[in-house]
Design a protein. Structure first.
Length: 455
């Protein structure tokens, strides 16, 4: 079987077509041509190469369509794609202008800068998913701020909470990821241009001027120095991708747990028979949520390779660069696919409010145990209140009775003049704590900006 991301069968599960299109061979060649053309243009403007040569090179870079297969065959021989690309350009440019192609640059300058251009385009597409995903989750958090359900800790029912609060928990990290991703851009979206050993020696005193003009032409940041063997920008970006997909996977993991037949509080929706089984007609498998988790766990594994790729020798490395080729684009494609799938999940989520209430009732309202202790502690010593409620929990479970009814009976025997409002205490909606306050804070953060204004 081919690699899953390249497969026509498995690929659509894990990737977004638009982002995938930014990283195919044709797109990579276009990005490298854009860098070569921009380099010639600024060098012509600065008088580093003849203006006529620059014009001719720019024209060819704008119109030429190299054959990826031919470039690939040559890359197998050369180890890098730029040698054959430069040969192709020089042959296409012809005449006196041909020697000025790739003037003063090195292979890594072109490949790294082309990769940065591709990453910038991919980040913008990610924002086109991330913004509406944040908006949708914000809408759900607000709408369900008082939809009562059981909070679960260690897999067990714990206290009452609201579904809106749970959604806010999915939302808050995504708002931070949006800020992190845009915050990484200055150190990530920067030009790579240093020549053979990062010294720009071939351009003499024109080197810094060409670097600054080329960065401006490509709308990239100017680095402090060439970063041929300084790979922290790419690695930091990869770490951000891994964390982003992990947060999306947390969303998916919660949906898988909530969608279990025994729980049934929320589930994937969409088309009626989506997630069916070839053997069991009753099944509705949470396939979108599963894809989110698979993408996150794969990205976490790939991140290790990116960290290893940072260990590079001297001014230009021997193998770390190639490890990035094998790794970073996969992580980007998996992240794009995860964002697409998470948006679909959020837009098609089916929420069963009645089942949420029923599950609290099925466990005899034991989620109100802490609330009962707090109420009793105002009238009897706290240790006694805790002991009383703990015993009441056992009775409620054994006798299938509501916890507060059992507690009320027990209190009546020792404190018949109790001032507790038993009706209010028995309603889980009255013990949601500061869920509304925290939801409002998350919504405020979510509404402060969007991705398009940051990148």
């Amino acid at each position: 079987m081919t690699l899953a991301l390249d497969s026509k069968i498995f690929g659509p599960l894990f990737k977004d077509d638009e982002i995938a299109g930014l990283f195919d061979d044709a797109a990579f060649l276009r990005a490298m041509l854009a860098v070569e053309g921009a380099l010639a243009r600024v060098q012509g403007n600065l008088g580093v190469i003849p203006a006529s040569a620059a014009e001719r090179i720019c024209e060819i870079c704008r119109t030429a369509v190299p054959d990826p297969q031919q470039i690939g065959q040559a890359t197998q021989h050369d180890g890098v794609p730029v040698i054959s690309l430069v040969k192709f350009l020089r042959e296409a440019v012809e005449g006196k202008a041909a020697p000025f192609v790739h003037w003063g640059a090195t292979t890594q300058d072109i490949v790294d800068t082309a990769n940065v251009l591709q990453i910038r385009s991919a980040i913008r597409v990610m924002g086109q998913y991330l913004d509406p995903l944040i908006d949708r989750l914000a809408e759900l958090a607000d709408r369900h701020r008082t939809t009562v359900m059981a909070a679960r800790t260690h897999g067990q029912q714990a206290l009452p909470t609201s579904f809106g609060f749970k959604v806010a928990g999915w939302l808050a990290p995504l708002v931070r990821h949006r800020a992190r991703l845009s915050g990484r851009c200055p150190g990530l979206l920067q030009l790579q241009f240093g020549g053979a050993a990062g010294t720009l020696a071939a351009l003499g005193r024109n080197g810094p001027a060409v670097m600054q003009a080329l960065a401006q032409k490509l709308d990239l940041n100017v680095p402090v120095m060439p970063w041929h063997s300084q790979r922290d920008g790419f690695c930091d970006f990869a770490g951000g991708l891994s964390m982003l997909t992990a947060s999306l996977a947390k969303f998916g993991q919660d949906i898988i747990l909530l969608a279990q037949n025994e729980v049934g509080e929320a589930m994937e929706s969409g088309s009626g028979d989506r997630g069916g089984s070839s053997a069991m007609p009753q099944k509705r498998n949470p396939i979108v949520s599963e894809l989110l988790i698979a993408a996150a766990r794969t990205n976490a594994s790939l991140l290790s390779a990116m960290h290893n790729a940072m260990i590079q020798e001297h001014e230009r490395a021997t193998h770390g660069w190639q490890m990035e080729w094998l790794t970073l684009s996969q992580m980007i494609l998996l992240t794009g696919g995860a964002l697409k799938n998470a948006l679909f999940l959020a837009q098609n989520l089916k929420i069963d409010e009645d089942r949420m209430r029923q599950n609290i009732e099925r466990t005899n309202y034991l989620v109100l145990a802490e609330a009962a202790v707090q109420a009793l502690a105002a009238e009897i010593p706290r240790d006694e209140a805790h002991t009383l409620v703990k015993k009441a929990c056992a009775v409620a479970a054994a006798d299938n009775r509501a916890l507060i009814d059992v507690v009320r009976q027990a209190v009546g025997e020792i404190a018949p003049q109790s001032q507790i409002d038993w009706q209010a205490l028995a309603d889980p909606a009255n013990y949601l704590g500061q869920t509304g306050y925290f939801i409002d804070r998350v919504l405020e953060e979510a509404g402060n900006s969007n991705f398009s204004t940051q990148v």
